[in-house]
Design a protein around this ligand. Structure first.
Ligand SMILES: *Cc1c(COP(=O)(O)O)cnc(C)c1O
Length: 389
């Protein structure tokens, strides 16, 4: 068996272990400490906007707190992009609220502004104004965030930006994760940088971030004893994980460069294959970190499944795109606004190995395997045609 090529594996720099050792040496082995504060500062500095940051235990925890802070309660409705990872939508259900799913548009594959507005108007007509909108920057590609913010402002509905996959992506030169009323990042093991597991909540509203820190540490009221007037959570980031994060922040610009280089390599490799299209930025305003390189494979002599099965057989990790939430058994009953854009993307799309630590040999092996698969299918196609003649 050939050596495994991963879809997106952790990629440590030189400094992470030093920070972790410092945490041990100073006995800051806790869900608070100087690295947590330092990591929050590093993120704030990177985002280059007037925002506050709370480092948390995961991106999912950050989304959960964002919804709590925006006042989402049982029986409420929250609009969410359908094509995303389940973690974008699950926290809505943790609170007893109902997700209302919206289709993607074809240029960024993220939330379609037209269907968003349709969904808002229809929910209002039915007597329930949505409490929040969750928009995702999938695979690092910025959504049409200007248009989405305009619509959200028009109806006075707060926006949560799920930027879990998009740290370092920009729209009109501004970092994603700084547009929404609240934004979140993830530092799970597969993301562009990792703290092994972790997340962050971002907001320009200082009060929201103060609330997030309060709720994430069991909602302790200021009192000498343990007093609680609200339900809290244990969602803060560990000082050890934050130490890894501090090291990772030092190499983030390199990681973005490396992921984008993977994308350019694949784009070049498939430039002469009309059936394979790499998902690229639709205009100059958009800058993707290309967390994952994603291709669409149009039906022809070979299919997405032919490529996926051939890569998998060769121990190369690849995945179909996120299966839309409105097609998931668990969300069957949730309302959906859209056509079949996200379903089409799901059926045709494939995520290719995209780690920042992939070697040239590994990238070449992925492409060689795809070329071979195409060649074998084209030959059999030709033979079929010949036989009919
Ligand atoms: C990874 C991810 C999350 C969840 O982040 P965790 O840190 O794994 O909890 C949420 N949304 C999207 C789009 C993600 O890719």
């Amino acid at each position: 068996m050939n050596q495994k090529i991963w879809l997106s594996s952790p990629h440590m720099g030189d400094k992470e272990l030093d920070y972790v050792q410092e945490a041990f040496a100073t006995n800051w082995i806790a869900p608070l400490g100087p690295h947590v504060n330092g990591f929050e500062q590093d993120l704030r500095h990177f985002l280059q906007e007037d925002v506050e940051v709370a480092a948390l235990s995961s991106g999912t925890a950050a989304l959960h707190l964002a919804l709590v802070i925006l006042g989402v309660q049982a029986g409420d409705e929250v609009i969410c992009q359908s094509m995303t990872f389940a973690a974008s939508a699950n926290p809505i259900v943790y609170l007893g609220a109902t997700p209302v799913f919206v289709d993607s548009e074809e240029t960024t594959w993220n939330m379609c502004p037209q269907f968003l507005e349709l969904a808002i108007c229809d929910r209002i007509r039915l007597g329930k104004k949505p409490k929040a909108i969750i928009v995702v920057h999938l695979y690092g590609m910025p959504a049409q965030i200007d248009e989405i913010m305009r619509i959200a402002r028009r109806y006075k509905i707060p926006v949560i930006e799920d930027a879990a996959e998009a740290l370092g992506s920009t729209f009109e030169g501004r970092q994603v994760g700084t547009f929404g009323d609240i934004s979140i990042f993830s530092f799970n093991g597969n993301k562009i940088i990792t703290t092994s597991g972790g997340g962050a909540l971002i907001s320009a509203n200082v009060e929201y971030v103060r609330k997030a820190r309060f709720l994430a540490t069991q909602a302790l009221d200021p009192a000498p004893h343990y007093q609680h007037s609200q339900i809290g959570y244990n969602y803060r980031m560990s000082n050890i994980c934050a130490g890894i994060g501090r090291g990772q922040m030092e190499v983030l610009p390199q990681r973005i460069f490396q992921r984008r280089s993977n994308f350019h390599f694949y784009e070049q490799a498939f430039s002469h294959i009309p059936e394979i299209q790499c998902a690229r930025e639709p205009a100059d305003d958009y800058y993707s970190n290309h967390w994952l390189t994603v291709v669409l494979i149009e039906a022809g002599p070979f299919t997405r499944e032919d490529i996926r099965l051939a890569l998998t057989a060769d121990n190369i990790d690849c995945r179909p795109l996120w299966k839309p939430m409105h097609l998931q058994p668990v969300f069957e009953a949730a309302p959906y606004y859209g056509y079949d854009t996200c379903q089409q993307l799901f059926e045709k799309g494939l995520c290719l190995p995209s780690g920042s630590n992939l070697t040239g040999d590994e990238l070449n092996r992925v492409v060689a395997r795809i070329y071979e698969t195409i060649a074998s299918k084209r030959t059999s196609e030709d033979l079929t045609v010949n036989t009919i003649n």
